[in-house]
Design a protein around this ligand. Structure first.
Ligand code: PEP
Length: 252
């Protein structure tokens, strides 16, 4: 990893997987293998396990993350979890606008932008997911789609925008085994970086992660790209040897 890049950030997204015992085993295996890992590392776990994970990760080199947050501060929003609640469990990162939230829960760009505000207000780092569907890519709309998604977040968050992280996650690559080529990823990351530069003098601080079937075999080539600052990793983050291998690749 070249010295002038942002310190790589590798984030596992456990999605709706795990159990008390499986989490304990996975974390023990990860912590045992962290020697030599110098990249920033986090795992985003189901909300119900934040308490358990706060205990297991305390004092370790792995930060705690959440997968979603309510757009509301508090009140009559049954089933939702607020940003204050996340903060209570020492959550450092929160994924916002994951394609599975946009797709299955109808999250709009405006809602994502509001959620980002909530996360930033609690001093946590939102990991803002953007990405095009295969149909949008084939229609030549990739740039327009990711720019529209990020523009909503920039518009709502003004000068705080340098405090976010972005994850470029082509929808067609998430959980499918298909991966963007390193060149495809870099092309979109460069577009996002330019958009951030137009919004803030501190755009170079913003980590832009790649996500979408990243694994131990393809991580090195993706992470070698100039504007790929780390990864958001779903399936492969549930296997300790694979995730550790990727963390070590990012630490080179
Ligand atoms: C994700 O959930 O953000 C993701 C990228 O999943 P996967 O690595 O399994 O494609």
């Amino acid at each position: 990893m070249v010295m002038d890049k942002r310190m790589p950030l590798m984030v596992g997204n456990w999605k709706m997987n795990g159990s008390l015992s499986a989490n304990a085993t996975l974390v023990a295996d990860l912590l045992q293998g962290m020697a030599g890992v110098t990249c920033r590392t986090a795992v985003c776990v189901p909300s119900l396990y934040l308490s358990q994970m706060q205990g297991l990760l305390a004092g370790s080199a792995i930060d705690l993350g959440a997968q979603d947050v309510s757009a509301h501060a508090s009140g009559a929003y049954t089933g939702e979890v607020s940003s204050d609640m996340l903060r209570d469990f020492a959550v450092r990162y929160c994924i916002v606008g994951h394609s599975e939230r946009r797709q299955y829960h109808g999250e709009s760009d405006a809602m994502v932008a509001t959620k980002v505000q909530r996360v930033l207000a609690q001093g946590m780092t939102p990991i803002v997911c953007v990405g095009e569907t295969m149909a949008e890519r084939e229609a030549g709309q990739t740039e327009a789609v990711v720019k529209r998604q990020l523009a909503a977040v920039i518009h709502a968050n003004g000068h705080c925008i340098s405090e976010i992280a972005v994850a470029y996650e082509p929808v067609w690559a998430v959980g499918t085994g298909l991966t963007a080529s390193p060149e495809q990823a870099q092309q979109v990351h460069a577009i996002l970086r330019a958009q951030l530069r137009a919004a803030t003098a501190h755009a170079d601080r913003v980590s832009i992660l790649y996500g979408g079937s990243m694994n131990a075999a393809n991580a090195a080539n993706l992470l070698a790209q100039a504007d790929v600052d780390g990864g958001l990793i779903g399936g492969a983050s549930l296997k300790a040897p694979d995730f550790l291998s990727m963390l070590k690749t990012a630490s080179r």
